[in-house]
Ligand binder design. Structure first.
Ligand code: MLT
Length: 325
């Protein structure tokens, strides 16, 4: 942590220690949640649902700010550099665990730059295609991908994004590399799939379920071991004949390092309250996901989970020689 940020954190902590009422009064103004991907995508959807309910619990507006680009690192950097006072937060996904290995030169510390507040969801992914893609099953789609790999393109949200990880896994399983087209998030990428200008994408059910149900895109598989209840007719990749295409994407909430502990605790309480909210649970279920158990939405549990995920991904990324910079 830079001396300036350490000083800011110490000042904020000192102020709270000197006046415990300040922690009790927190928050006294709106809170911003930075989403490191474009509006209209899966991280944005989760964030807006959580922000609305947390805002009610905290008695302040919680507003979502989209800072997309560079696989989520631009938005993460914004939060890592923010004043650690509880008014600027980050809602990010599994990229928090892959970035430390994928990026060797970042303007922020991707691990020590943040305080975890809690885990939120685990979201299945789906392999989808433009509505007129010339295949109707995963086996047919794999045959097309192998035969026409040079002509096909695959959308993702940049290196380290969930869509990037799923695409890497897919291409290694079918031994066919397609051209990847990066977007600031899979919200805008979905528009290109819908318009038939991009061929394929692997994306979270929170962004694809409604388009799949409306038959606006083709779907070939879900990337979970079991079928997803919101999409009961969609086979798992294994059922459809492709082993090893298993990816689930978690999301968590973070504050800049140095944010006072009472503020982190208050935010974690508000997050847990949001995850108990029946309307939020119903909406998550409609989108193919669910909130995590309450004991996972705590700072300590999320820190342990997040650090274990970093250690899980590091050797895989290093072995694959995958670096973003
Ligand atoms: C998004 O919100 O756009 C996504 O989470 C992107 C991704 O990681 O694929």
């Amino acid at each position: 942590m830079s001396p300036t940020r350490r000083l800011l954190g110490a000042l904020a902590l000192g102020a709270l220690a000197a006046a415990p009422a300040a922690a009790q009064q927190y928050p006294t103004r709106p809170i911003s949640i930075v989403v490191p991907f474009a509006a209209g995508g899966p991280t944005d959807t989760v964030s807006r649902l959580v922000a609305e309910v947390m805002g009610r619990d905290l008695g302040q507006n919680v507003v979502v700010e989209n800072v997309g680009g560079a696989g989520g690192t631009l938005g993460a950097n914004r939060v890592a550099q923010a004043r650690p006072d509880g008014y600027t937060l980050l809602l990010h996904h599994i990229g928090m665990a892959t970035t430390p290995a994928l990026y060797r030169r970042l303007p922020y510390d991707p691990v020590n730059g943040f305080e975890p507040i809690g885990l939120i969801t685990e979201v299945p992914m789906t392999l989808i295609a433009r509505p007129d893609f010339p295949a109707n099953t995963l086996a047919e789609a794999v045959a097309v991908m192998r035969q026409r790999r040079d002509q096909l393109n695959y959308a993702n949200a940049g290196i380290g994004a969930a869509s990037h990880l799923c695409g890497l896994l897919l291409m290694s399983r079918i031994e066919a590399a397609m051209t990847t087209v990066p977007f600031r998030g899979t919200g805008p990428a979905m528009q290109e799939i819908l318009g038939g200008r991009v061929d394929l994408m692997c994306d979270q059910t929170t962004n694809t379920t409604e388009q799949i149900r409306a038959r606006a895109v083709k779907v070939f598989a879900v990337t979970t071991r079991e079928r997803v209840s919101a999409l009961p007719d969609v086979p798992t990749a294994a059922e459809a004949g492709l082993q090893g295409l298993e990816v689930t994407i978690w999301h968590g909430l973070y504050a800049p390092r140095g944010t006072p502990a009472p503020v982190i605790q208050r935010l974690s309480q508000a997050l847990q309250a949001a995850l108990r909210d029946q309307r939020l649970i119903t909406r998550f279920n409609e989108l193919g996901t669910a909130p995590v158990a309450q004991d996972q939405a705590t700072p300590a549990a999320h820190r342990a989970f997040w650090l274990a995920e970093i250690e899980k991904w590091r050797p895989l990324i290093q072995a694959a020689g995958q670096y973003a910079d």
